[in-house]
Design a protein around this ligand. Structure first.
Ligand SMILES: [Zn+2]
Length: 279
């Protein structure tokens, strides 16, 4: 996808499965299963789609999928299928891990930050992208390194602590420009410091929506995940954001949609829907 000076490529780190009820919060199954069908364990298939952003002399990846460190038990619980994964999609884009300059985190949950580190031959955890600087939000780092009962299963220390130890992690406190044309906006909701990424060039805007709008089935305001720690904050942000996205025709990049990688949010007769683009 071309966006002004940038070339955007939706990458892929495999599929996993999460409880369908948890993915749609208060929405009854009779409604959500029409959009994404459940398996016999009531799970729905979700993709992990980090975004590659190239332009202005920079090669950046936003999030990096679940990575290769999950044990057999977690692989089975989440039905992780990485028969095709990030290395394959980077290769399709003519790159490997050494080609990435900048890795930006929407937040530090394992399905987003798992691919930030890898286990070397001697079992030592090292940054997965050897030349890259990594950027995460200060508040997210604080929460991730001080987990509580409700979020501990999502924050696996092996995914981000080795980055700090290696001196490659930069923490950014506010809604700052990360690079020319790239800025982050805190949404809260999913986690207190969850952020989306706005990519702006040539009067056009693309948004990496991360877990604010994880799939194209989540464009209605109340379709909010039970995983969100602060669902009313998600609702407040989403309400404003959706209006803006429709009016300004933001290209929305979906990180978890099993089928639709990106699209425009449209509204007809009060109903919101996604007009898919690309791939
Ligand atoms: Zn996620």
């Amino acid at each position: 996808m071309k966006l002004g000076d940038f070339e955007l490529t939706s990458l892929f780190d495999g599929f996993f499965r999460l409880d369908g009820g948890a993915m749609f919060g208060v929405v009854p199954k009779t409604l959500w299963e029409k959009r994404i069908p459940a398996d016999e364990k009531n799970r729905i298939a979700l993709a992990m789609r980090p975004l590659l952003v190239r332009g202005n002399g920079m090669t950046m990846i936003i999030d990096a999928g679940i990575g290769d460190k999950m044990d057999a038990k977690s692989t089975s619980i989440y039905a992780i299928d990485r028969s095709r994964h990030l290395d394959h999609s980077l290769a399709d884009a003519g790159l490997d891990a050494t080609g990435i300059d900048l890795v930006l985190a929407s937040h530090l949950h394992f399905d987003h930050a798992g691919g930030f580190t890898t286990r070397g031959a001697a079992g030592k955890l090292t940054p997965r992208f050897p030349r890259a600087r990594y950027v995460a939000r200060t508040g997210e780092w604080e929460d991730a390194t001080h987990p509580h009962e409700r979020n501990r299963a999502s924050y696996l220390q092996e995914n981000f602590v080795p980055l700090m130890n290696a001196g490659v992690l930069d923490l950014v406190a506010g809604d700052d420009a990360i690079a020319p044309g790239i800025r982050v906006v805190r949404t809260g909701g999913h986690t207190m410091h969850h952020q989306i990424v706005m990519i702006e060039s040539g009067k056009r805007t693309a948004v990496f929506a991360a877990d604010l709008i994880p799939t194209s089935a989540h464009v209605d305001e109340p379709w909010i995940m039970s995983y969100d720690l602060y669902p009313m904050d998600t609702l407040a942000f989403k309400r404003t954001f959706l209006r803006e996205a429709i009016e300004r025709e933001y290209l929305i990049v979906f990180e978890h949609d099993p089928v639709v990688t990106a699209g425009y949010i449209r509204e007809r007769d009060g109903r919101k829907y996604v007009e898919p683009v690309g791939e």
